[in-house]
Ligand binder design. Structure first.
Ligand SMILES: Cc1cc2nc3c(=O)[nH]c(=O)nc-3n(C[C@H](O)[C@H](O)[C@H](O)COP(=O)(O)OP(=O)(O)OC[C@H]3O[C@@H](n4cnc5c(N)ncnc54)[C@H](O)[C@@H]3O)c2cc1C
Length: 415
């Protein structure tokens, strides 16, 4: 058996960043995945390092929106009704946690992580020679109606205390900033603090390559074959055998399977599915320079190395259900009226799962019932954003250093 100080399960953005921060602190680390690095949810997201999303994505409480969702007419959220009996108890918890009081609590807990999100990615990208993946352009929120634009401008007042940087753009200013964007749009908000990643899977893989270059190990194993014997976490699979006194669960949407195996059955965890597909440019001159988000339809159009990526909002459906095109097709119809899109790059959409806790906060810290079991999962809509900073936070906790923020709000024991 090959022995390490720490085994990290999951080579998504969260696991890879955790490895880098442990390695920086002198730990001998083995990263485990059944695929290559950055091939899970971290491959397909919209690439926003969302420094401006200071309020976590919560359950809407306006009655009108709930009714619209109930009829499945919205583009930002879709329900597979056959899945509703399974997801209803979790949705109820999510609804309760989205009350103004609870939302404020989660917002304040997450704030130090959000505030450091860009800085910590810049640090790792510099280290790993991966700065070409990250672009300092911010992203644009666009509006199709005056009513939605006015609502968003009013909302800016409530964000004043967060000192975010943005430009409010009327129709002409928006067209100047994004040539080729539809003149039918009424305006937009250019969020200037966030950065964007032009290939999130590529960035994750680049971080992993640097980790290996610095002496880290990466093995292809099934994390669910992990056993705990006599104070040692062990995996025997594929003729390979590894062991360590400490193990980190960073399996993203699959983390819950590991937790169930070790008896942690009370975690309010669910996945929100989301899709993407890439489009070619219509011609050489029609270039999308900035990521744009339609907050009402819940999609993002992001310039990626693979093409123009259209990502969807949320789908509540069984993780085992086949992909449904419905939501993507609805988003595509609206997106094509906003920015010219050419042919599909692929024939099938990519489908990913956002790993979510009902209180919108990830679990970062120790598992209470096992020695050496550490957790870093549940980053929901902001796993790319939070990956670097939560890797740092967990490494600080494990090393007994002063953490960048109090880890209490992220402890598993809060449930
Ligand atoms: C459509 C969409 C758009 C998004 N846009 C954004 C965005 O713009 N900004 C943002 O910050 N976030 C965004 N997100 C969320 C973000 O992508 C996720 O929160 C993040 O990728 C989660 O990272 P992770 O490392 O926890 O999980 P993953 O990337 O899923 O990594 C988990 C790893 O575990 C491995 N694994 C699973 N089971 C096993 C097993 N049994 N054995 C071995 N290995 C295993 C998988 O192969 C995978 O590599 C978006 C998500 C979606 C779906």
């Amino acid at each position: 058996m090959k022995k390490f100080d720490v085994i990290v399960l999951g080579a998504g953005i969260v696991g890879v960043c955790t490895c880098l921060h442990l390695q920086l602190r002198g730990y001998h680390v083995c990263l485990v995945d059944k695929k290559d690095a950055g091939q899970g949810t971290s491959y397909g997201n919209a690439g926003l390092i969302e420094r401006s999303s200071v309020i976590p994505y919560h359950f809407p409480r306006e009655f009108s929106r709930l009714i619209a969702y109930a009829f499945n007419h919205q583009t930002d959220v879709r329900f597979d009704w056959t899945y509703l009996p399974h997801i209803a108890p979790w949705l109820f918890k999510f609804w309760c946690q989205s009350s103004p009081k609870n939302l404020k609590k989660s917002t304040l807990a997450l704030l130090p992580l959000i505030e450091n999100s860009v800085k910590e990615h810049d640090f790792l990208a510099e280290l790993a020679g991966a700065t070409s993946f990250i672009e300092p352009k911010g992203w644009l929120e666009i509006f199709r109606t005056d009513k939605d634009f006015d609502k968003a401008k009013n909302h800016l007042l409530s964000l004043e205390r967060f000192h975010l940087n943005y430009d409010v753009l009327d129709r002409n200013a928006l067209i100047q900033r994004v040539p080729s964007i539809s003149p039918q749009l009424v305006g937009g908000i250019h969020w200037l603090d966030p950065k964007t990643v032009n290939d999130p899977g590529g960035l994750t893989a680049a971080y992993a390559r640097y980790f290996i270059k610095q002496g880290g190990s990466f093995v292809t194993l099934d994390a669910l074959k992990t056993e705990y014997n006599n104070g040692l976490w062990q995996i025997n699979d594929n003729g390979i055998s590894i062991g360590a006194p400490d193990i980190v669960v960073a399996l993203g949407p699959q983390s819950i399977q590991f937790m169930n195996k070790f008896g942690y059955r009370h975690i309010p965890f669910a996945v929100k599915r989301g899709y993407h597909i890439h489009f070619r440019q219509v011609d050489e001159k029609t270039v999308l320079e900035h990521s744009i988000c339609d907050p009402v339809a819940g999609f993002v159009l992001a310039p990626m190395r693979q093409g123009i990526r259209l990502t969807t909002g949320i789908e509540f459906a069984s993780p085992k259900a086949p992909p449904y095109w419905t939501q993507l097709k609805r988003a595509e119809k609206i997106a094509k009226n906003i920015f010219p899109l050419g042919e599909y790059v692929e024939t099938k959409p990519w489908l990913g799962e956002r790993p979510c806790l009902s209180d919108m906060r990830p679990i970062i810290g120790k598992a209470p019932a096992h020695k050496g079991l550490w957790l870093n999962f549940g980053h929901a809509h902001h796993g790319l954003t939070l990956g670097a900073v939560s890797g740092k936070l967990l490494a600080e906790i494990m090393a007994g250093e002063q953490p960048l923020t109090s880890p209490d709000a992220f402890s598993l024991t809060r449930f």
